[in-house]
Write a protein that binds this ligand. Structure first.
Ligand code: GDP
Ligand code: MG
Length: 393
């Protein structure tokens, strides 16, 4: 090689090595602020132990109606988002929790090692912890829910709540007479994202015991959410049982009238939750037993005000409002429809209802163990068609 060419080549190699070393050992740099991490509370291990790389910042497009911090692209050294799985479970749910976890690890997390948080209103037993930890090399944390986040608050009229529960039990309203279920729905609506173990995260994937993941998930859904400016992700959408939400929509309309600043006027997903421009509720909701979403959305002023407003009516106890319609109504009214994402490629089953990727391509690529013909998506109890009609990618 010519001497001069060799000199140029050596200089290039030296510069590239220096750039690589700088990227590897420099501190977190996000939007020019070396100390920034988009969270309140503790800085996650992944951020402090190594560097987090900044890649192609996306301009925030979120309107002021929802005060969530603009999405920032922050990944740790392994390319992971600041995210966790969250499973709410009882000690008696151990077998179902193991079944869900085994599939989640095999189909996705063995390649990504995202952490897990398990929550319960009482201490998990040592056996529960040991058996769960045995299934994953990822970090697992077990938390007890503060009692004020779980139990019926004192200001609820207990006699009225008892009477309502008896009445719902008599009418065979699903879970209507089950006080623990009411606590659970209120917790999932307004408190899970406030748990101390969850504070350090920006994203979560909700997992329940006894669910199935039918396909390989080779792309990281958290990264997808971050990179595509998404806030709420789902797989199945269904109709709510009318007897559980008798007065819910009336309160939502009152909220909209009182706090118009929290409602997104344009390009929201109102058409998914109402057939008459807000007059009545379509009863469609994203099925919240599967959610991949931003914790900052639930922590926002808009959603907090919404939850507090609904909670103050006592409807989680005097009726049986589920966290699914509450989450879905908020997402549909406060986000742009393009911030809501249907994970078509994630094969998922809860109870008898299953989502199986519909195209041959996705089904084969995911090595799916489900029949595309058994998918619930286009059955009469599904709201999938209404979602499709919104025309979101
Ligand atoms: N710790 C705890 N978890 C509960 C309780 N009730 C329900 N869960 C959890 O809440 C979620 C929803 O409950 P599930 O019985 O699956 O209700 P469904 O999906 O609406 O039929 C699951 O993750 C359950 O493990 C409870 O009393 N205590
Ligand atoms: Mg369930």
């Amino acid at each position: 090689m010519h001497r001069r060419t060799r000199y140029v080549a050596l200089t290039c190699i030296l510069v590239l090595t220096l750039v690589a070393l700088y990227r590897k050992y420099s501190p977190i740099v996000v939007d020019g602020d070396p100390d920034y991490f988009p969270l309140t509370g503790e800085i996650p291990d992944s951020a402090t132990s190594t560097q987090a790389a900044l890649e192609d910042p996306i301009e925030p497009t979120i309107e002021p109606a929802v005060d969530i911090p603009p999405h920032r692209i922050v990944f740790d050294a392994e390319g992971r988002a600041n995210a966790t799985f969250i499973m709410l479970a009882r000690n008696s749910d151990l077998k179902g929790a193991l079944l869900s976890l085994r599939q989640l690890e095999d189909r996705f997390n063995r390649r990504f090692n995202y952490p897990h948080v398990f929550l319960n209103e009482e201490e998990f037993t040592d056996d529960f912890k040991r058996q769960i930890r045995n299934l994953t090399p990822s970090q697992v944390e077990f938390g007890v829910i503060p009692s004020e986040h779980w139990y019926q608050p004192e200001w609820i009229d207990d006699e009225k709540a008892q009477e309502a529960m008896k009445q719902m039990a008599r009418m065979n309203v699903k879970y209507g007479g089950n006080l623990a279920y009411h606590n659970m729905c209120r917790f999932n609506s307004g408190f899970f994202f406030k748990h101390p173990l969850v504070q350090k995260y920006q994203w979560y994937w909700r997992v329940e015991p006894n669910v199935k993941f039918h396909c390989d998930i080779s792309q990281d859904p958290f990264r997808f959410m971050v990179e595509n400016n998404k806030t709420y992700g789902f797989t199945l959408a269904v109709y709510e049982i009318p007897a559980t939400i008798r007065s819910l929509w009336g309160h939502v309309k009152d909220f909209m009238a009182k706090y118009p600043e929290y409602i997104r006027d344009e390009d929201n997903a109102l058409k998914f939750i109402s057939n008459d421009r807000g007059g009545t509720y379509s009863r469609c909701h994203f099925w919240s037993n599967f959610e991949i979403a931003s914790l900052d959305f639930w922590r926002s002023e808009a959603y907090s005000t919404f939850f507090d407003y609904l909670d103050a009516t006592g409807g989680f106890y005097y009726e049986r409002w589920g966290d699914a319609p509450v989450h879905s109504i908020a997402a549909a009214l406060m986000l742009s429809k393009s911030q809501i994402h249907l994970f078509e490629d994630i094969g998922y089953q809860h109870d008898d209802w299953s989502h199986c990727p519909q195209t041959q391509e996705l089904w084969e690529a995911g090595r799916c163990m489900c029949s595309r013909h058994d998918s619930f998506d286009y059955s009469s109890d599904s709201c999938r068609r209404k979602w499709d009609a919104l025309g979101v990618d």
